[in-house]
Design a protein around this ligand. Structure first.
Ligand code: G3H
Ligand code: 13P
Ligand code: ZN
Length: 311
């Protein structure tokens, strides 16, 4: 099996009441940790690459590492561009072997978002590649985008049918209260996703795969380790896992996770150096970091996504 699109994964996930984890990848150890967990649990996977990751590791290295993961795991793995912001970037990933791209036109007007998305969809579908778009704006910080809470806005359900019909897009990312990064909600408030908006969108788009970005749960034990060993992340709060599970049981077929991987890796490496200050062999700290990523992904697959034993 080679790199596959997410089409069949989403059809099965929608019908089965679970979601596929879309994990951001930047290097070999992250790819190995994620895919080793998925292999043991026989879970399909989406590995996603941001523009920043592509700049950091290069398209070719990431492509070859994911091809290696497909050989090692024999799993259906979809290779996806995360937050593509231009037609040219999407085209470059499509031409370079990705099976899925996101065109994030959420910062544009409704009409401009439709025009850009449709252009990417036409090129992608001609090449057997699927496309995710975004309607509504998440708060938070990505590589080139910094959206404040005041500038973010929930997806308007009354717009989704027209958007999907006019773009022919394959999946849709929506804003219902998640956000990127490790500081998603005020520590003294009760995080609550807008399930009323999700339900209304699902009603208007029957059997259509919905995507949740900014879906890290920011595990407290990892934040505590980081803060214990010299870090400074007080007040980091993520999306409660029971709410993600509820979303996965409904129309949400793809759940994006990046920050939790970063926390797992960083907590492990900080602790390692506190306990082994003389260590200077990268294998000695990357090995436990990779194991921590594997444990985190196994937990997500089993307890949040519900995608174990579906590959
Ligand atoms: O949503 C964005 C992802 O967390 C990727 O982050 O652009 O820093 O690679 P990045
Ligand atoms: P987190 O920052 O919550 O992990 O979200 C990642 C994401 O949405 C990648 O597109
Ligand atoms: Zn995102």
């Amino acid at each position: 099996m080679g790199i596959v699109t997410s089409k069949e994964m989403f059809e099965k996930a929608y019908a089965g009441g679970y979601a596929i984890g879309a994990f951001n990848v930047n290097n070999m150890e992250i790819i190995q940790g994620i895919t080793e967990a998925a292999k043991e649990l026989r879970s399909p996977l989406i590995l996603q690459v941001s523009a920043g990751a592509r700049k950091y590791a290069s398209h070719t290295y990431l492509m070859k590492l994911v091809e290696a993961a497909v050989i090692e795991t024999e799993l259906p793995i979809c290779l996806h561009l995360d937050h593509g912001d231009t037609f040219e970037l999407c085209k470059s990933c499509i031409d370079g072997g990705f099976s899925s791209v996101m065109i994030d036109g959420s910062k544009h007007s409704f009409e401009d978002n439709i025009a850009l998305t449709r252009k990417v969809v036409e090129y992608a579908h001609d090449h057997g590649v699927v496309v995710e778009a975004e309607l509504g704006r998440l708060a938070g910080i990505e590589d080139d985008v910094n959206v404040s809470v005041e500038d973010s806005s929930y997806t308007r359900p009354e717009e989704v049918e027209e958007f999907v019909a006019r773009t022919n897009v394959d999946s849709l990312a929506i804003a219902i209260g998640t956000s990127h990064g490790a500081f998603k909600f005020k520590p003294d408030t009760k995080p609550q996703l807008r399930f009323d908006i999700l339900d209304e969108i699902a009603k208007r788009l029957p059997n259509f795969p919905i995507v949740l970005h900014g879906a890290s749960s920011v595990p407290k034990d990892l934040v505590d380790i980081i803060n214990t060993y010299g870090g400074n992340m007080p007040g980091a709060v993520g999306v409660p896992e029971d709410q993600l599970r509820r979303a996965a049981a409904g129309a949400v077929c793809k759940i994006n996770i990046d920050s939790d991987l970063r926390l797992a890796m960083t907590a492990t490496i900080r602790k390692h150096f506190a306990e082994n200050p003389a260590d200077f062999d990268p294998r000695q700290y990357l090995k436990p970091a990779r194991a921590a990523i594997k444990a985190l992904v196994a937990h997500k697959i089993t307890n949040v996504l519900g995608s174990a034993h579906t590959a």
